[in-house]
Each structure stands twice: as C-alpha cells, then as structure tokens.
Design a protein around this ligand. Structure first.
Ligand code: FAD
Length: 443
C-alpha cells in the first residue's frame, strides 16, 4: 500500500503540528537499527489502515537530537501517541509488536471506528520453502545457507532477533571476529548477512499457532492472531534455550551486569576475584571447578541438604580449598552496589534465618530450559525436553530439522549453534527438492 500515509518530518515541522487537533503518532527512528526495521512494516500497515483518521509521522532521531532529548526519547524506535496536542497511551520502544500499536491506537479512536477498521484488515498469506523458527546464531546460519541456495526462506522470531548472544556484553571465543566483540554487534552482522542472502526476517510478532505436519506435508505458522499465515515445505527449529532463573527480585535487572549464566563466556572477567555460584547439580559443580581457574574464592549456595552432582565431581569440589558451600540456602534478593559488586539477601530454608553476602559476581547454574512451548508433542525430546536429532539435524518428523541450543547435545555455544544451523540449512535443500518432486509426481 502507499507509503504516503506516513509523513517524514523534522523538528521545525513538529513545532508546527504538535498542537493539532485529533490523534497523531510519532515514530522516532534511526538508521542501522534492527528494531526500527522490524517496526517499519507494522507501522506502514497501521498507517494504511488508520491513516485517514490518525496522522502517522516519522522523525529521524539522529538529525533531530535536541527534540528527542527534550522529549526524553533516548532509544530508537520510540513511538509516541498524541490526541489534541497531548501525549496519551504508553510510549513503545525496542521490539514493538503489532498488538502494542493496536492497543494504543484503539484509545485514539471511538470504539466502533476502531472495530470497523480492524474488521477490514486483510490477513496475509505467505509461502516458503524453508521456515526457520528462531533468529539466534543457529537460525541465522541456517537462513544464510538456505537463502543462498535460492530457497524461499522466512525466519520468524517472537522477540527481536539475536538470541542469547545479543544479551552478552563481550564474546571472545567466536572465531573470525579478530578480537572480543559485543554480542549485539555480532548478531547485527549476522542479521545483515542473513537478509543479504535473501531470507525474509519477521521479528517481534506473536506466535499464535504452529501446525507441524507429521507426514511430510506443509507446515503452517499463524502469527498475530491470524494477521499472517505462513505455509512452508520444511521447518528448521532454532528456538534455543534460556537459563532457568532463581526468580529473586533484582535478578533480571542485573543479568549481564554482575549476574551471569555462562562460565565459559564470563569466567575470565573474574580473574583474581571472589564469586558466588548458585546451584548444586552437575553444571553448578562442574562450572564452579572451571571457575577456580579465575576466581580466588567461590562460595556456592545450594537450596538442598546436599550437592546433587555426580560423586566424582562432588569429591573433586569438596577437596578444592577455594570452594565453600552453604546448604539449605536460597537467594531472596539481588542488589547491585555502587561499586559494581553484588549484595545477596539469603535465607536458610530450615531456620528461616536471613543474612547478606557481598561478592564481585554471581553465576547462576540451576539449569537451562529449551524453548519448546509452541512445538507439538509428536517431536521426540530427551528427558530434559531438548529436541532429539541425528547428525544431519533431522528430527523424527520428515522435513523438520532442529539446530542450536534447542537440540539435545553436549556443548551449547554460538559456534556449535552456527555449525548445526549450517548443516540444517544445507541439507534442507535436498528435502525441498524431494518435496517438489513428490508434489509434481502427484499431479
Ligand atoms: C549470558 C550468556 C553469554 C554467553 N556467552 C557466550 C560466549 O561468549 N560464547 C559462546 O559461544 N556462547 C555464549 N553463550 C551461549 C550462546 O549464546 C548460545 O549457545 C547460542 O546463542 C545458541 O544459539 P541458538 O540460535 O541455538 O539459540 P538462541 O541464541 O537461544 O536463539 C533462539 C532464538 O529463538 C527465539 N525463539 C524462542 N522461542 C521461539 C518460538 N516459539 N518461535 C520462534 N522463535 C523463538 C528466541 O527469541 C531467540 O531469538 C552465552 C549465553 C548466555 C546466556
């Protein structure tokens, strides 16, 4: 649809229109901004749907810095809603979903007007050779290979793409970067490469339903309550995993800022420092032993009466003079101190006695969870819920591949995810060829 429904304005123009009657929306955007690119088609769709009732504006933030600063806009994209010259609704930033735009627009229009427009919305239907679920390193790598093989490739992520890597400050063990690089920047490069290869990337959407064919038929993904349906000949699942959190207040806010979930990645930042490890199973014990290469002192906090790792690992750990353990203890709160150290409020589950501990950093190893909620039970999983594949990344269902951290395997790193993705992205080509031949043969 026409893009004339969106008006590009600058600070001077804004001064003239800011007190206008009726509703209008302002999108502060930047260039080289992945979340802005993800918002653009949604903003356009809203403008095409509501443009005769609500004015849609865009302001290039980098060239209108003073205005952005005056309005307290510090990140791109930021979408601000106005009615009769007054800001209304809630500002939207980052990975903006269509439903967030609609919720705000619904407050700008009389009820019936909004409903009538919504009913005119035409659902979009797309077809793909390869549908990739998940935009982390595994998905990007699979996308690059599949798209370069000229397969119609669509990658979908409910969040902004980049996966776990984008949340890590520095990544120093990914070959080819020359030096330690920022995780977000590395994933931005992967995204550019994936798009340049020809893959379509759809990010910050709601996954409404996934129908996975069990007999080699088309797979169907429904997004944003039916606004978009994708039919695909093959499916590569790269939905990754996420560390299990303790759930204590202050944890989410300090993730990557004193609380880490990866010893291989972040251990080196604690050379000569003291740390606390939360957990007492195999990964907590093994990762604590690994962390003794860096830390001078490690205090473990285990909620149970004993450690639950294998006996050999526990024996090793208990002999290590750098490591001490508090049993029957849970963390109730994390606080970041002004000097960057962490303070933990802990409680003994037997006596309810509370105390505080201070440390240079915290590592949480209480397990990882594969992101498999939307996947059908017909996909074979291991005891921990990870997808079982063969060496070719094939799951038990025809035309369904899994790659990266969501896969049942020993080592979960960016490099191994990219390797898995490459295998799936290459081998899917043969499957699509056979799919096409089968369909042709049936006609
Ligand atoms: C803090 C931290 C630091 C790390 N540091 C390093 C390091 O230094 N070096 C290293 O090699 N590795 C590091 N890792 C591990 C590395 O990030 C992972 O191994 C890697 O990201 C796995 O890639 P992936 O593509 O399989 O999954 P993820 O990176 O987990 O990406 C999965 C993607 O799928 C999306 N998704 C989830 N559910 C769905 C769904 N239903 N449909 C569609 N998409 C979905 C997610 O939003 C996400 O974008 C670190 C991990 C963490 C948490």
């Amino acid at each position: 649809m026409a893009s004339e429904n969106i008006f590009e304005i600058n600070t001077e123009d804004f001064e003239k229109i800011k007190n206008q009657e009726g509703p209008y929306i302002l999108d502060f955007y930047s260039d080289e901004c992945a979340p802005c690119e993800s918002l653009a088609p949604k903003y356009q769709e809203m403008a095409d749907l509501f443009g005769d009732k609500v004015k849609f504006y865009k302001i290039f933030r980098q060239q209108n810095r003073d205005l952005a600063k005056k309005m307290g806009v510090s990140s791109s994209p930021t979408v601000v809603f106005y009615n009769n010259g007054k800001e209304t609704g809630s500002r939207l930033i980052g990975g903006i979903k269509k439903k967030d735009l609609l919720t705000n627009i619904s407050t700008l229009l009389p009820g019936d007007e909004f409903k009538n427009r919504i009913s005119k919305k035409k659902p979009q239907v797309k077809e793909a050779d390869v549908l990739i679920l998940g935009g982390g390193p595994a998905g990007m790598s699979a996308g690059i290979y599949a798209a370069q093989a000229k397969l119609k490739t669509i990658m979908v992520d409910p969040e902004l793409t980049g996966g776990q890597v984008k949340t890590t400050h520095l990544i120093s063990n990914y070959a080819g970067t020359g030096k330690a690089v920022n995780g977000y920047e590395l994933m931005d490069l992967m995204l550019t490469q994936t798009k340049e290869a020809g893959a379509e990337v759809i990010a910050a959407v709601d996954i409404t339903e996934l129908k996975v064919s069990e007999n080699g038929g088309l797979h169907t993904l429904i997004l944003d309550n039916g606004d978009m349906t994708i039919h695909a000949k093959s499916l590569i699942i790269t939905t990754g995993a996420q560390p299990r959190l303790t759930g204590a207040p202050g944890e989410k806010e300090n993730r990557g800022l004193g609380i880490s979930y990866c010893a291989t990645c972040d251990g080196k930042y604690y050379d000569g420092k003291e740390i606390i490890v939360i957990g007492g199973g195999n990964s907590a014990v093994e990762e604590s032993l690994f962390l003794t290469r860096f830390a001078t002192k490690i205090h473990m906090i285990q909620n149970l009466e004993t450690l639950t790792a294998n006996k050999t690992a526990i024996d090793h750990l208990l002999k290590n003079e750098k490591i001490s353990v508090s049993y029957n203890t849970v963390v109730k709160e994390f606080t970041r101190l002004e000097d960057g150290r962490m303070k933990l409020l802990v409680s003994n589950v037997k006596t309810n006695e509370e105390s505080t501990l201070e440390t240079d950093g915290v590592f949480v190893f209480i397990g990882m969870m594969p992101n498999v909620e939307v996947l059908p039970n017909s996909l074979k999983k291991d005891n921990w819920g990870y997808l079982v594949t063969n060496d070719d990344m094939e799951t038990n269902l025809p035309g369904v591949y899994a790659a990266g951290d969501v896969r049942s395997k020993k080592i979960r790193q960016a490099a191994t995810a990219v390797g898995d993705g490459a295998i799936a992205g290459i081998l899917v080509e043969k499957y699509v060829e056979q799919f096409d031949a089968r369909v042709k043969g049936n006609h």
